[in-house]
Ligand binder design. Structure first.
Ligand SMILES: Cc1cc2nc3c(=O)[nH]c(=O)nc-3n(C[C@H](O)[C@H](O)[C@H](O)COP(=O)(O)OP(=O)(O)OC[C@H]3O[C@@H](n4cnc5c(N)ncnc54)[C@H](O)[C@@H]3O)c2cc1C
Length: 478
């Protein structure tokens, strides 16, 4: 690979923005292409007419453990405007029971007998050292058959629309379902004193046994305020941002450079393509049929403002029980500075991608669920509610889909070895922290490779050229 001095980054979500900043700060002349008319991807916020800011889902920043990256993330806003939440106060609602002390699934609402049976089976499971091929097998290995039947299958049918047998083992990670809360705090400490128990049971409090990583959120303006600051830093660093632009065709040349035909008819040449949007789109642009397009569930995101404070102090609550509609509720006044009137929350509910839900009816239903879960005062009046028409898409990690994504990634690596896949394109990471960490490491690897090439051949170390704009048709010389 030649010295990567002319990267083109496709997708302006956090992955694309962080990659753009990292590469531009190393001296590269970067172009960032974003299909929408705004940067930020899913990390955007809006101001409601009642004055509160709300996000597209729950999006807290968190330490990644990579010092330079964490410094960069925190440097986007003045320290006084980025609140440190250590630890995040997450809660759960499951089987009719609200628990605002722990982010892990609380099975005590199932009743004493079932709870005791699950704990007993979980303590007797044996690992055979083989990796499970699906989530049902993984749950059986960890917790046993009663937990699979009474806990995990119903929950995953609600969350993913399919049972555990169809899902990949790592689908658990998407919903923080790796450990259970059971018994009492003292008994749990004893259970956790062995590696077997520790892997299955969670402390009863968010404050106990947590790793020291902190989470962060802007004091006001929503997560979008942080993303806007990142986007400004990218532009200040000289990155050429092209909004409303996507890639139609990618052609690889013999010298390992690529030509990109853009949606506005322009052509760009680059010696490093950084792709942060689904890899199926890249295969299509290369003229190959994608193996699998992402399987997703639509997520209805509703915003509410009530006239009374929430009844709990949790930052957000996962709602696992099949008996309530939402899967997550975010309670903004518990971690932001808010206007004096009105208490805002965001409620996320999964729906079949094709389901048409009358949103006013849905708001009544969600309001009733919020009261039933013990989050909203029954006497509270709704000052505002709405649901943006664009439904967010949440991945469904079936085992077939995960395998197809892996094959797709391998195909891209064969066809375009110089391309780096980050963010959504990898198909392996979902959470922001993982996406940021992976993006940073991939950029690091590219930069190290360039440095070693420059060291071995000083002629490669010249100043970066401007992006060549190709006129006329793009030649297929691959
Ligand atoms: C409903 C929901 C809730 C979530 N909750 C959490 C959470 O609680 N915690 C957490 O850590 N993570 C959460 N996530 C995941 C988080 O949103 C992602 O980790 C993060 O957004 C990934 O960033 P990205 O840059 O890879 O993708 P995105 O944010 O999706 O950005 C991709 C960008 O590429 C652009 N684009 C798409 N196609 C093209 C194209 N062909 N050409 C050019 N540009 C294109 C898009 O417009 C977008 O701006 C959630 C995701 C969803 C859907």
């Amino acid at each position: 690979m030649s010295a990567a001095s002319r990267p083109v980054i496709v997708g302006g979500g956090i992955a694309g923005l962080v990659a753009a900043l990292r590469l531009a700060r190393s001296g590269a002349s970067v172009v960032l292409l974003e299909r929408e008319m705004a940067l930020g991807g899913l990390l955007r916020s809006r101001r409601l007419p009642t004055g509160q800011y709300v996000d597209q889902g729950t999006h807290f920043l968190a330490d990644t453990g990579i010092e330079d990256l964490d410094v960069l993330v925190r440097s986007m806003l003045p320290a006084s405007e980025l609140r440190r939440l250590a630890p995040l106060q997450a809660g759960t609602f499951a089987f009719g029971r609200l628990n605002v002390s722990s982010a892990s699934l609380d099975i005590r609402g199932l009743g004493r007998d079932l709870e005791a049976q699950i704990v007993a089976e979980a303590l007797c499971t044996e690992e055979n050292g083989q990796e499970a091929s699906d989530l049902a097998t993984h749950v059986m290995q960890l917790f046993g058959s009663t937990a699979l039947r009474t806990v995990f299958d119903p929950i995953f049918k609600k969350l993913c629309g399919v049972g555990c047998a169809e899902l990949a083992p790592d689908a658990m990670r998407l919903f923080s379902l790796a450990r259970l809360v059971a018994l009492n705090p003292a008994a749990t400490r004893r259970l956790k004193s062995t590696p077997h128990g520790d892997a299955r049971f969670s402390f009863h409090s968010n404050d106990e046994g947590k790793n020291p990583a902190s989470a962060y959120y802007p004091t006001h303006g929503g997560i979008g305020r942080w993303t806007e600051a990142l986007a400004r830093a990218v532009q200040d660093e000289g990155v050429e941002v092209r909004l409303g632009t996507s890639v139609q065709r990618v052609t690889r040349h013999r010298d390992s450079t690529v030509s990109l035909s853009l949606s506005n008819g322009d052509h760009l040449a680059s010696d490093l393509l950084v792709w942060s949007v689904p890899s199926g789109m890249l295969l299509r642009a290369l003229g190959e049929p994608p193996e699998s397009m992402p399987q997703v569930r639509a997520s209805i995101i509703e915003h509410f403002v009530f006239d009374r404070p929430f009844l709990v102090g949790a930052h957000y609550v996962h709602t696992y029980g099949p008996d309530v509609g939402p899967f997550r509720v975010t309670l903004y006044p518990n971690f932001t500075d808010v206007p004096s009137e009105g208490f805002a929350c965001t409620v996320e509910t999964f729906a079949e991608a094709t389901a048409s839900v009358p949103l006013d009816q849905h708001a009544d239903q969600s309001h009733a669920d919020l009261v039933r879960m013990g989050l909203v005062d029954p006497r509270a009046t709704r000052l505002w509610s709405d649901a943006p028409p664009d439904r967010a898409a949440f991945p469904v990690w079936t085992k077939n889909h995960r395998l197809a994504l892996l094959r797709q990634r391998e195909r891209v690596e064969q066809l375009l070895p110089e391309c780096i896949l980050i963010g959504r394109a990898t198909g392996k990471d979902f959470f922001m922290t993982d996406v940021l960490r992976d993006t940073w490491r991939r950029c690091d690897a590219v930069l190290q490779q360039q440095n070693s090439l420059r060291a071995s051949d000083p002629s490669r170390g010249g100043p970066p050229n401007d992006h060549a704009v190709l006129d006329g048709s793009v030649r297929d010389v691959a």
